[in-house]
Design a protein around this ligand. Sequence first.
Ligand code: BG6
Length: 293
Amino acid sequence: CKGVNGLDKVVLREARDCSAEVYLYGGHVTSWKNDGEELLFVSNKAIFKPPKAIRGGIPICFPQFSNFGSLEQHGFARNKQWSIDTDPPPFPTVTSSRAFVDLILKPSEEDLKIWPNSYEFRLRVTLGPGGDLMLTSRIRNTNTEGKTFSFTFAYHTYFFVSDISEVRVEGLETLDYLDNLQERKRFTEQGDAVVFESEVDKIYLSTPAKLAILDHEKKRTFVLRKDGLPDAVVWNPWDKKAKAMADFGDDEYKHMVCVEAAAIEKPIELKPNEEWTGRYFSLVWSFTSDMDH
Ligand code: BG6
C-alpha cells in the first residue's frame, strides 16, 4: 500500500496487534509494533522523500558504514528504491507460520559508476507469531570478471525509549570500542552497562551475539541477537547534535537509542558468486519490577 508522500510500503501483521511496516524506498523498516505499541523511533521531522534517507526505523548501511571510505555517509542502500523479490531462493530458516516480505536491490547503470560492483542484495523482513522482528540480509557478489569486493554494513536500528536517562545497554561491558567522538581512537569499556548522560557514538568490536536494552520507565527490555555481524554501534546524538540535524526534533534524542548490528572493523570480503548473510533479531519483554531480570 501507500505510505507517506505516496511511497510504497508493505505492512506485515500478526496476532496480538503486532505489525511491521517496510518502505521499498531504502528497504527501510519504519514501524514495529507489539500490542499496538510502537517500538521503533521515527522522527516527527523525518523526510519521506528521496534522496534523503528516512530518519528513524531501520536504515540499512551498505556498502559503507559512516564515512569510512569514498562513498557517501552510510553508503547508498538506504536511499535506493528496492523491489519486491517475487522469486527468492530458499532461506535456511523456517518461515511458514510467519509474516514476511522479501525485497531485492541490484545496482543500476548509474550505481555502477559510484561503486563498480555487481551484487544481489536480498532482504527478508520477518514478523514472528510472538511479535519478534527479524531482518535477514543476503548479499551475493555477481561480478562476472572474477572481481572480489568488500563492504561494511549496519542495521542502523533506532529503538524507541521513553527516557534515555533511564536506559541501559547490556552486553558491551569490558569490550574494546572505537569512539567516533574522539577521532575513532580505541578504548576499553568499563565493567558496567552503557548509560547515557551525553552524546554517545561508539563502535563496539567483536561483541557477543546477544545484547539487551533496558528501558526502566517503560519496564521493558529489548532482547537483541545478531549473526554474521560482529560489531555493535551505540549512538545517541544528545541535545547539540540533535539541534544540528534538520530532520530530527530538538528534544527527540530523549526518546531514541540506536543499537546497530554491524560489520565495520573487518570489512566483509566476497569473491564472485559468494554470498554473505547477516541477521538481526529483536523481541521485547515486559517486566513488572526490577527483580524480574
Ligand atoms: C551513526 C554514526 O551510526 O549514525 C554517527 O555512528 C552518525 O556518527 C549517525 O552521526 C547518523 O548518521 P546519519 O547519516 O543518518 O545522519
